[in-house]
Structure formats: structure tokens, C-alpha cells
Design a protein around this ligand. Sequence first.
Ligand SMILES: [Zn+2]
Length: 222
Amino acid sequence: MGEIERIAEEVIRRLGASRPTPAPTATRTTATATIPVSVSARHIHVSRGVLDRLYGEGFKLTPLTDLGQPGEFASGQTVTLVGQSMRAIEHVRVLGPVRTYTQVEISGTDAVRLGIEPPIRRSGDLAGSEPITLVGPVGTVRLSEGTIRAMRHIHMTERDAQIHRVKNEDLVRIRFSGPAALVLENVLIRVSKSALLELHLDTDNANAADVRPPMTVEILHS
Ligand SMILES: [Zn+2]
């Protein structure tokens, strides 16, 4: 064997040795189904009583745009949020329909601006959350609690849950690709009958992953 052939053979042998052994198909991570991403800007859900005080007795929210989840809409109404230190954020969108409780959902950046420290919570879990003052065109409401940073979550039906191999209340990991590729943990699975399959992120989370809808993510199973 000539010198050149010997070197060539050695190179080929080393390349072969350094090549990773492919994982057996059965144990390989399979995350082919993807989930659309939706970004939630700061907003408020209002109770009948709070809407009455902010906008007037019996006031009806005017639907502006349908949101992804069936029946939910962004209304033409907004409120001003005022934190303890008198710092405010104006034009915070009111979402409809009216709920049994009032809940303010803001990002961590919004919280800094207002000078408050809302906890990361799932929707409706408001005990001991941050106080806030709401200002509407006809009145003001001081809430002793109700401001949260919404825990990131994925809405889905039972059928979607089967496809993605998860169940209600699971906390999963998701992966974003692209220049700001990111893995997020503790993403809550929320299964309901009429849900539209969607990941909901606040603007801080979305910006960290450089989310530009339409965009999809996958749940990591490992
Ligand atoms: Zn949601």
C-alpha cells in the first residue's frame, strides 16, 4: 500500500470512529407535532361589578377582535393601571366576556414600570396576588389583589393531549428554534373541551425567544 492510500485509509477510519452512533428509533425523542404560539400583551378580565364601577351600570363591552380561544374577544374598552408608587400604564385592553372575578395580567417589565411585584400564577389563582388601582372613564376601583404574571400555558383539547402525549395540569418543556433558540420549562398544560391548540406567552417570554408569529413550538419528551 502506498503512503497516500495509507493516509486516506487512516482518515476514513478516524472519521468513522468519530461519527456518533445513531440512537435506536424506538428510544429517539419524537416531537413532530407542533403547537402555534400566541403572545398575550398586558390585559384585564373584569367582573360585572368592577365593569359597572369603571364604565357605568350595565355597560356592555364592545367586541373588537376575536381571540384564539372560542368566545373570547378583545373589547374596545381599556383601563389605566396605577401601582402603589403612582406610576401608571394607560390603555390596557379589557378582554371579554365578563368573568366572575377581575384579573390583571401583566409582564415582568410592566411590573417594574408600575413598581409592583405580581407573582407568577395560573389564571384564577389570585389569593395574595398584587393589589392595583384601575381607572376607567366613570370611576376608579382599588383591588386588594388580582394582579399576576400569567404562568405560560398551552390550551388544548383531550384529543390534542393524546397527540402530544400530555395530560391536564402537566408541566412540560418546549423548544423554540431560530436565532434566539430557547427551551422553556414549567409550561402548564390546560385541557378543555373547546380549546384551540395554542401556547400563550406574555411579552417578556415572547421577546426572550424572539417570537414572531406565525411560529410554532414543540413539546420536548425526554
Ligand atoms: Zn391562555
